[in-house]
Write a protein that binds this ligand. Sequence first.
Ligand code: UD1
Length: 361
Amino acid sequence: MKVLSVVGARPQLVKLAPVSDDMSNTDHTHVLVHTGQHYDAEMSDVFFSGLGIPDPDVHLGVGSGSHGAQTGSMLTALEPIIDSQRPDWVLVYGDTNSTIAATLAAVKLHVPVAHLEAGLRSFNRRMPEEHNRVLTDHAADLLLAPTETAMKHLATEGLAERSVLVGDVMVDVCLKVRDAVRASGEAPHDLPTGIDPSEPYLVATLHRPDNTDDRDRLAALVEALAALPVPVALLAHPRLVNRAAAHGIELQQGAIQVGRPLPYGGLIAATVHSRGVVTDSGGLQKEAFLLGRPCTTIRPETEWVETLEGGWNVLAPDPHLMGDTWAGVATRPAPQTDIGAPYGVGKAAQTTIDVLASRCS
Ligand code: UD1
């Protein structure tokens, strides 16, 4: 079997890691294409080196742009690659512009497409990711779902026959890296200057357009983070840095200590040792849950609804409305409830490969 994986953005590199690792233990051929959607070393290269992913076979170097321009450039660049490679499967990951571009390029060439992390829904049509995932699911030939909830969404949309529950590949990588962090016994390093890892601190990230693009909203969120009673390690995505500078908002204020995005191992170490997480990232919500840290999500909804069970994750979109309670939520202790295994047990990549191989024509 020949599988051609298309990735481009940071969270996709995390999902790729266990697939790439498990593929390397088989006779299958794995071709890796990086669109170049993310290109800063700390958004891309460190994930390849840190997670042991081989260098991409093809790097398209597409870079940033408006949604249409970026997706269009990827589509144009991917078409000849997929056409010349003619894999048994094009494997796409998650919900970014790289995902929808690869899906469109492949289906129009009649090359089968499998979508890993299919069936997630926020039902929020303001999110670019929601369009990407719905359109990808309806175009793809095989839908590899991480959860029962995702399977239900796919069935509701008439896609049950193309859907298979494989579990969540992020569990594979998160637990493996957590175990390595624990075994090393090391305190987290590369935290922002001003964060003492032996004292309580929160890990925070903020990058979604709905939180960063409007000046008043971003200013209110930064103010709320700055007012927290615990130091906040704000691992700033380039989009946040750019938007804050454009809006004239100082990120380094009050409790906030600004740092750069961390490599995956660094992020897991920082989260394990933290008091909790405040974020608008889908991946980090789930990592906090898997690592047993309470998460406060700065969004009105989440695709990862299982994290809400038992109060591990709390949706707190508007610090203005919640006043002092927002700080109380963000600094609450970890619940004592058992999380169960709603995302599987860490074998999703192997299951994915088995399902792909069994459906090779
Ligand atoms: C993308 C995904 C989002 C995912 C996020 C993870 C889409 C629509 N969104 O959002 O689902 O959660 O990745 O990070 O695909 N930039 C840099 N260097 C980089 C990459 C980006 O400076 O290496 C800056 C550029 O100014 C760019 C902006 O960040 O315009 C946004 O990058 P982009 O890839 O368009 O979207 P993300 O916000 O990263």
